[in-house]
Design a binder for this molecule. Structure first.
Ligand SMILES: NC(=O)C[C@H](N)C(=O)O
Length: 331
């Protein structure tokens, strides 16, 4: 019988209302499976990894989740993995798992927008559907996926695009790769996937890789501060297709000279970055030494940069980032 492991990490799918009325992660994998109901065609094994709302997760937690997934994939009897997770940062965890995934067996993330003790909870159905995807032969070889509200997304390019709607997710470019029906996935696309990277290095959990978002009047003082603190990596979420402003350029040059890897991304949720503008825009930022990351959303650019910096010296990490985060290079 197909054997699926369900790893639980918390999130709204596991949250219960506390005495003050606020929702907090509480349920473990066993309770989630009980709520989802039995599927006689699949053997499902519950495993608890963490019990956190995903806004509390650290890079160290993400590394632990990656290790937990690897430990399950090391078991030949396991056919697929489901990971339950808060929706706030599912795009980061799913992407990290996808970057290091070197296996045909599916890893499918899911969660909920409405907690199990609130009216209309979507968790049990999402979990049942995610198990159906993880058990489906056609999901093999697709890497790490997110099954949510009847749709299936590739991890790469995923965005949480709505705070509260039952379907909070969207793809940065394109759309979902299929639907999730109650009897399994209906695929309409196959995600292109680059070669897997090594698992996070020992320093990953404590790496200071920060994101700065550009906006009218934004000053480079926070960038200067991070460089003074010796942050090894910074992601700039520029306006539009990845623009800074004239006042940022000098600090950016100083950051790059100090050995900080600065990735240039965009604060816009959809569409690729592009080097079009001078006068403080992306053309000048790249000339000043920022590494363009045009084909990834900025939260995922940060995860890729942190993973690379945990494994390679800064110059190699910058080079790899350039090759892996730009659509001109294929993916
Ligand atoms: N819907 C959710 O899961 C959101 C929740 N705040 C979390 O990410 O843990």
């Amino acid at each position: 019988m197909t054997h699926i492991v369900v790893l639980a990490t918390g999130g709204t799918i596991a949250s219960r209302t506390g005495p003050g009325g606020a929702s907090v992660a509480a349920d473990g994998a066993g309770a989630l499976l009980e709520a989802a109901g039995p599927d006689p065609s699949v053997k499902v094994e519950p495993v608890d990894v963490l019990r956190e709302n995903s806004f509390n997760l650290t890079l160290e937690d993400l590394a632990s989740i990656a290790e937990a997934v690897q430990a399950q994939l090391a078991r030949p009897e396991v056919d697929g993995i489901v990971l339950t997770h808060g929706t706030d940062t599912i795009e980061e965890t799913a992407f990290l798992l996808d970057l290091v995934h070197a296996d045909d067996r599916p890893v499918v993330l899911t969660g909920a927008q409405i907690a199990p003790d609130r009216d209309g909870s979507d968790g049990p159905r999402n979990l049942r559907q995610a198990i159906g995807v993880a058990a489906a032969p056609e999901a093999r070889g697709l890497g790490v996926l997110v099954a949510f509200a009847g749709q299936l997304f590739a991890a790469r390019g995923l965005r949480k695009a709505h705070t509260l709607l039952p379907q909070p997710f969207a793809a940065q470019s394109g759309g979902p790769i299929g639907q999730v029906l109650d009897d399994g996935p209906l695929l309409t696309a196959r995600p292109a996937r680059p070669e897997p990277l090594p698992l996070p290095g020992p320093g990953f959990g404590s790496l200071r890789v920060e994101t700065l978002t550009l906006s009218p009047g934004a000053t480079p003082e926070l960038l200067d501060h991070l460089v003074a603190q010796r942050a090894p990596g910074i992601v700039l979420a520029g306006t539009g297709s990845g623009n800074l402003n004239r006042g940022y350029l000098r600090s950016l040059r100083a950051a790059v000279d100090a050995g900080t890897v600065v990735a240039l991304s965009s604060r816009v949720p959809f569409g690729p970055g592009a080097a079009i503008y001078g006068s403080g825009g992306a053309v000048d930022a790249i000339a000043a030494g920022a590494v363009p990351a045009t084909a990834l959303p900025f939260p995922q650019t940060r995860i890729l940069l942190a993973l690379l910096l945990s494994r390679f010296p800064a110059d190699v990490a910058a080079d790899r980032l350039r090759h892996r985060a730009n659509r001109e290079k294929g993916i």
